[in-house]
Design a protein around this ligand. Structure first.
Ligand code: TYD
Ligand code: MG
Length: 448
């Protein structure tokens, strides 16, 4: 008689082993192993004549495969279309991640309304809230479209509804509430993975664009298995910066990653911010030392942000170095360059550097802004009006080129900042570039 094969499989990453372990050596998840029993297949895979040499499927030449642009349908929200790479794709599955309360359900209800008003079928699977709660939110948002609702959270039930109703868009809020019959606790990794796989198959088969809402744990992972991210076509993350909400594409089979959409959370839902650079600079103090505008790139999007620095005398022998929203090590390097190459005395000064508005960014192009903000703060010289800066700072104090200089420069002039301090050789720049931090200081404040 053939032997039954007992193995242990990590339900987080799928790592398989002959004996159970407390911690998965592949993905470091704890207590994630479950026993799987593989019944012997009737066709033995080993031995004589087990597998013939006849391939089970024919090969296709890549050159003979027709390339087709995915037909897109607009979500009705420009900022969302941008992050999706042009709109919804039929059969495409998008995972929308974000902390609870960030506005995922709000955004999706607004999107559902847009399609429903165009007489398209939209199915909303309300797994988290009662239909009455969804209705309350819809009233608050002024939703007029007739959206199909269900509270059926069984993966097979949703699949059946997709086949019956053939909606253009289906929203599953959230994937953690979807169940399958295969055992495992609801919301547990095994259930979430299996539900994702089944719903993805259903979306592909019925041609519905699908959004799966996924809650994010504190460390920024979509709760549940990482493998979920491999199954879906796109992963979007919603995060908050003050009252703004940033939507990013982390993975996208239909577009580029690193796209950024900016929304404002208002009383009646999320509203796209048309000019994020202007919005982020709105509260910038004028004529105050230590404040400068940096032309940065957040992924694929140019963004103007204010870098602030403050230097304060301290009696303590080890002065503080505090970086908020910026890479602390980059700030340390820039401070060392200022001390050694510009003879700027920072001993005895606490130095605080801050990316204003609660943003977090680790763009090397921020270096020059950090250097000039600290210089401005220490020397108590405000930065002249109309200035935007970008550039990486090397250990010799040289200003080095960064990604997308032309897009940074044009974003700056779009909001009226035309005096650019940037690396040399940028095409289309109005101002000549600077070779070093010293030269940048001379450019802004003249000979010391
Ligand atoms: P919600 O979409 O329920 O978040 P999620 O689905 O990501 O958990 O958003 C909840 C928060 O948004 C809640 O704190 C109230 C706020 N909100 C507004 O500020 N304006 C609105 O129009 C709506 C509907 C919600
Ligand atoms: Mg919600």
């Amino acid at each position: 008689m053939a032997k039954v094969l007992v193995q242990f499989k990590c339900n987080s990453c799928g790592y398989t082993t002959a004996k159970s372990m407390g911690r998965c050596p592949s993905c470091s998840a704890w207590n994630s192993f479950e026993e799987i029993v593989t019944a012997p297949s009737s066709k033995s895979t080993s031995g004589f004549g087990a597998r013939s040499n006849v391939p089970s499927s024919a090969v296709t030449r890549l050159s003979s495969v027709k390339s087709s642009e995915e037909p897109r349908s607009s979500s009705g929200i420009g900022e969302l279309d941008r992050v999706l790479g042009g709109g919804w794709v039929a059969g495409g599955v998008v995972l929308l991640g974000g902390e609870p309360g960030i506005g995922k359900s709000t955004l999706l209800l607004q999107v559902a309304d847009h399609l429903a008003l165009l007489d398209e079928k939209v199915l909303y699977v309300a797994g988290e809230e009662s239909l009455e709660q969804v209705r309350l939110r819809a009233d608050r948002l002024g939703v007029k479209g007739d959206i199909l609702m269900t509270r059926d959270v069984h993966a097979d039930g949703i699949t059946a509804l997709l086949e019956l109703e053939r909606p253009k868009l289906v929203i599953v809020d959230s994937i953690q509430t979807v169940q399958t019959d295969d055992g495992g606790s609801p919301g547990g990794v095994a259930q979430v993975r299996e539900s994702t796989a089944r719903l993805t198959r259903a979306a592909k088969e019925t041609g519905a664009a699908m959004v799966l809402v996924g809650h994010v744990t504190k460390d920024g992972n979509v709760a549940g298995p990482k493998v979920m991210e491999h199954i879906v076509d796109a992963v979007l993350m919603l995060e908050s910066v003050g009252h703004y909400r940033l939507l990013r594409s982390v993975k996208n089979r239909f577009g580029s990653v690193g796209e950024l959409g900016v929304f404002d959370m208002l009383e009646h839902g999320l509203k796209a911010v048309d000019n994020p650079s202007a919005a982020f600079l709105a509260e910038r103090p004028v004529g105050v030392p230590g404040s400068i505008v940096a032309a940065t790139m957040d992924g694929q999007r140019p963004l103007l942000l204010e870098v602030q620095a403050l230097a304060a005398k301290t009696p303590y022998p080890a002065p503080k170095r505090v970086a908020v929203g910026l890479d602390a090590r980059r700030v340390d390097v820039v401070l060392a360059v200022l001390e050694r190459r510009l003879q700027l005395s920072l001993g005895g000064l606490d130095v605080y550097v801050n990316l204003a508005g609660g943003m977090r960014l680790s763009d090397p192009g921020l270096d020059l802004a950090i250097a000039l903000a600290v210089y401005s703060a220490v020397m108590m010289k405000p930065v002249p009006e109309g200035v935007a800066v970008f550039g990486e700072v090397g250990l010799a104090g040289e200003v080095r080129s960064v990604t997308q200089p032309a897009r940074r420069a044009s974003e700056a002039s779009r909001v009226g900042l035309t005096r650019l301090v940037m690396p040399p050789g940028v095409q289309g720049g109005k101002t000549e570039g600077v070779q070093s931090v010293q030269e940048a200081v001379r450019f802004l404040w003249g000979k010391p």
